[in-house]
Design a protein around this ligand. Structure first.
Ligand code: NAD
Ligand code: MG
Length: 328
């Protein structure tokens, strides 16, 4: 494994170069403000009629339309939703300088060939392992969120140096930057969010809630047990791994964990995880998600609405309303 830290990075490497950021959402805002505060020359490329334009201007950034913003850029960061990267790339391509660098925060569009970069361009990945809000907050506190770096095309010979300087500018090098490939980042990221972080965790919570409520327990008590308290456990794991969790939970909880955990995540669950990974690797997941996006996301909207109508959401909103220390 190759991991880069501050001594490996030439942080001044981008000091005379323009960095253009397309998109002002979760990652876009964090990268733009961190790079600006690190002394970089940042230009935002945003839709003139979009809501982000006013927000970025109010934050003191230089804002142009995407086609104008890419014109003098040495690095162009595509921090817009994965499904719209292809059309925006094609729209701004005529204005992108020869031998500029395209930067992505997730490899989806490039790995699944939605974006097929011009041959003269560098193509790099800086993927923070955390949401944009955290990327900004950690930077402001003098820390950083760890990142992955990958180089897909290196026509200028310094693509890695450029990518690492960018990672330093957003604070990522403070926590270490691990070298990967577009394929590894894309496939592991999709698997993680589907099987464990988002899909796996929410299904586990909802199934636990339904099991308790169907057995006649109060929904409020079930909510505290399976959703509210999860944060305490995740914090222990995040800070100190399994060891810290086992140290802080009771012996009864640890015994129950070891006896019952493998019954919930059993051979079937593991076989399903492998099937999910296979569909990511062979492109089935990407093909279906692109088709869903092209169709205007009808199933996405329906399933999201169903999730948000679940009784755990109603009881959760009521209980969280009583905890004024939570920022909902
Ligand atoms: P987002 O949905 O938060 O932001 C999207 C922004 O893109 C909007 O604010 C808008 O400014 C712009 N935009 C939306 N549609 C557009 C269009 N049709 N044309 C032009 N601009 C448009 O996006 P995000 O979650 O920050 O994701 C950006 C990239 O970062 C993606 O590749 C994503 O996979 C990656 N990423 C996200 C996270 C995360 O935590 N959100 C973490 C790591 C990597
Ligand atoms: Mg779910």
């Amino acid at each position: 494994m190759q991991i880069y830290s501050e001594s490996d990075v030439d942080t001044d490497y981008l000091s005379d170069k323009q960095v253009t950021i397309l998109g002002y959402g979760s990652q876009g805002r964090a990268h733009a403000l961190n790079l600006r505060d690190s002394g970089f020359d940042v230009v935002m490329g945003l839709r003139p009629d979009g809501a982000s334009w006013a927000k970025a201007t109010a934050d003191g950034l230089v804002v142009k339309d995407p086609a104008s913003a890419v014109q003098n850029a040495a690095i162009i960061a595509f921090l817009i939703p994965d499904m719209v990267q292809k059309s925006l790339y094609e729209a701004v391509l005529p204005n992108i300088a020869q031998r500029a660098t395209l930067l992505f925060a997730h490899g989806f569009a490039v790995h699944f060939k939605q974006v097929q970069p011009r041959e003269d361009l560098n193509v790099v990945l800086i993927a923070p392992k955390g949401p944009g809000g955290l990327v900004r907050r950690q930077y402001e506190e003098g820390h950083g969120v760890p990142c992955l770096v990958a180089v897909q095309q290196d026509t200028t010979g310094d693509a890695l140096t450029l990518a690492l300087a960018y990672a330093a500018g957003i604070g990522g090098v403070r926590a270490g930057v691990i070298e990967t490939t577009f394929a590894e980042e894309t496939e592991t990221d999709l698997f993680g969010e589907q099987a464990v972080l988002c899909g796996g965790a929410t299904e586990l919570i909802v199934a636990g809630f339904e099991t308790l409520v169907e057995a006649g327990y109060q929904p409020e008590v079930a909510y505290y047990e399976v959703m509210h308290e999860l944060k305490l456990i995740v914090d222990l794991l995040h800070e100190g791994g399994l060891k810290k969790m086992y140290k802080f939970i009771s012996d009864t909880a640890a015994w129950g964990d070891m006896i019952s955990g493998p019954r919930v995540v059993d051979k079937n669950s593991r076989a399903t995880m492998k099937a999910i990974l296979d569909e990511i690797q062979d492109g089935t997941f990407a093909k279906n998600w692109i088709a869903e996006s092209d169709a205007g996301m009808p199933n996405f909207r329906r399933m999201l609405e169903e999730d948000l109508q679940h009784p755990i959401e109603k009881v959760g909103a009521e209980l969280r309303g009583r905890m004024d220390w939570l920022d909902g």
